[in-house]
Design a binder for this molecule. Structure first.
Ligand code: CP
Length: 306
């Protein structure tokens, strides 16, 4: 019987689990150069003979390509599914799509969906290990793991680190996973953004604090900027984009030179983050993308039970 080990959310991981995955990712990371080019074409045979299915019902650039690269680096057999161009467009249900692709007998399935809970449902339908590659507003655990990995490259310990997460928290699965991962690692998390984009009761639910303005941003060691999810934001939530940028955009005037800036991507230049910040040496955005390969290699190994 195949061992099944799902990664559905950071809420189901203990600090020791996070450390174990990231230590393993560090081993893989040593083989991935600063340019992002692998030093060896294939570093590992760890998943030779295993099948990885990337099941993406929602758009993605970073997550999809790094899962694919990670699986290939481990010598897995990879199948990529994207809803666009598939029979989903003819009305095939997620369950029937999963049943159809399940016939390929994957060992690990990475699932991206616009709807919260879809990876968990798929885990009930299939015998494979399921990795959540981002579901609705719910969780994006591999993003949080790569974010913590990136921070561990810069700081000896995350204990007491002041992490500010700024922007559209309301719609952000990235924020939910990152708050949980960062606090488990000992960081102090502060959320800031327009009150309409901060979920009610978040302080109690997630062990963090909320600041309505950026007046105290200078206290942050790291500023994590969230994408303003314009496609989900109505006028009643945010009456004016220029009002948002005036009060919450992260630009060089708002930062001290020692503060580091992160963003999960894709970025809206000139909206939540100024172009000069995104391209500055303070920005860890490219490091985050590179970290995604090593972290997803470690996650795939865990999921495949190797
Ligand atoms: N950060 C992230 O999930 O980006 P993609 O949507 O491009 O995968």
């Amino acid at each position: 019987v195949r061992e099944v080990k799902h990664l559905l959310g950071i809420d189901r991981m203990e600090r020791a689990d996070i450390v174990r995955v990231l230590d393993r990712a560090s081993e893989f990371g040593r083989f991935i150069g600063a340019s992002g080019k692998d030093k060896e074409r294939v570093q590992s045979k760890a998943l030779a003979g295993k099948r990885v299915l990337n099941l993406f019902f929602e758009t993605s650039t970073r997550t999809r390509f790094s899962f694919e690269r990670a699986a290939r680096n481990l010598s897995a057999e990879v199948t990529n599914f994207t809803a666009s161009g598939s029979s989903v467009e003819k009305g095939e249900s997620i369950k029937d799509t999963v049943r159809t692709l399940g016939a390929l007998d994957p060992d690990v399935i990475a699932v991206r969906s616009a709807y919260s809970g879809v990876p968990e449902r798929i885990a009930e339908w299939v015998g494979a290990s399921v990795v959540n590659a981002g579901d609705g507003k719910h969780q994006h655990p591999t993003q949080a793991l790569l974010d913590i990995y990136t921070l561990r490259q810069r700081f000896d310990s995350l204990e007491g680190l002041n992490l500010w997460i700024v922007g559209d928290v309301l719609h952000s699965r990235v924020a939910r996973s990152l708050i949980q991962a960062a606090t488990k690692m000992g960081a102090k998390v502060t959320l800031s953004g327009p009150p309409s984009l901060i979920p009610r009761g978040v302080e109690e639910a997630f062990d963090c604090q909320v600041e309505d303005t950026l007046e105290r941003l200078g206290e942050a060691d790291v500023v994590y900027v969230l994408r303003l999810q314009k496609e989900r934001i109505t006028d009643s939530l945010l009456p004016s984009l220029s009002g948002y940028t005036a009060e919450y955009q992260i630009n060089l005037e708002r930062l001290t030179p020692s503060q580091l800036v992160m963003h999960p991507g894709p970025i809206n230049r000139g909206v939540e983050i100024a172009a000069d910040v995104a391209d500055s040496p303070q920005s860890l955005i490219e490091e985050q993308v590179r970290a995604g390969i090593a972290v997803r290699m470690a996650v795939l190994c865990e999921a495949a039970g190797v």
